[in-house]
Design a protein. Structure first.
Length: 222
């Protein structure tokens, strides 16, 4: 499972501290699907990065006893001077997976063709995201961290991504930062709503969406 205890994240803006969220505690079992909701800038992506080990929290603990992906589509760890193929080989060695298998699965999914032999620094943002997403799915994890990344690519690629994640991996856990309430209603069991420095865990999906929608409505009215 994933166990989060008293998690907090703070940063400084113009010399003043700003708290994205604090005192967040929850746990996720294998197979559960949890949404992270909130307005832009409230800390959804930051929370995903903390859970994925990309960022260190200001306070609290994150304990994994099941394998977790990095945030899907995150390409910050790629080495720009290496080719896409070399980056795939590097990741396969870190995770101790057969390189030939990981290369084949990533190539088939990312659909980058000859671009895999080019240095990453020449990739567009979309190409980097497709490579990161394909590589993420080439390695099987117990829990997948997702930050709206299914929107990467055209409609066909997005459909393929959704099928690969939510149909072929229906028994895996997911933590998903999203604005798509229709997706949340059909796919998620619980939700965390982040707003004004507080993160609240809801076991009722409809109540979570109502709370998140209320914050959005107040922002629009202002």
């Amino acid at each position: 499972m994933l166990v989060v205890r008293d998690l907090a994240q703070q940063f400084y803006l113009h010399g003043r501290p700003r708290t994205l969220f604090s005192d967040l505690s929850f746990q996720i079992e294998r197979g559960e699907r949890v949404a992270i909701l909130g307005r832009n800038g409230q800390g959804k992506s930051t929370l995903i990065k903390i859970l994925g080990g990309v960022l260190a929290p200001t306070a609290g603990q994150v304990t994994w006893t099941m394998s977790s992906s990095w945030p899907l589509g995150f390409s910050g760890a790629f080495q720009g001077n290496l080719t896409g193929m070399d980056n795939i080989l590097f990741v396969s060695r870190i995770y101790r997976r057969p390189p030939a298998e990981i290369i084949e699965r990533t190539e088939a999914f990312a659909e980058l063709g000859p671009a895999l032999t080019q240095p990453i620094k020449y990739y567009s943002t979309g190409m980097r995201a497709r490579l990161a997403f394909g590589l993420s799915l080439a390695i099987d994890f117990d829990c997948y961290l997702i930050d709206e990344i299914i929107s990467v690519g055209d409609a066909s690629f997005a459909h393929k991504s959704e099928h690969e994640l939510f149909n072929k991996r229906a028994n895996r856990a997911f933590i998903i930062a999203t604005h798509d309430f229709n997706f949340v209603r059909t796919m998620c069991e619980r939700a965390i709503v982040i707003e004004s420095g507080q993160a609240t865990l809801f076991t009722d999906i409809e109540a979570a969406m109502a709370a998140a929608a209320g914050y959005v409505s107040r922002e629009a009215a202002a």
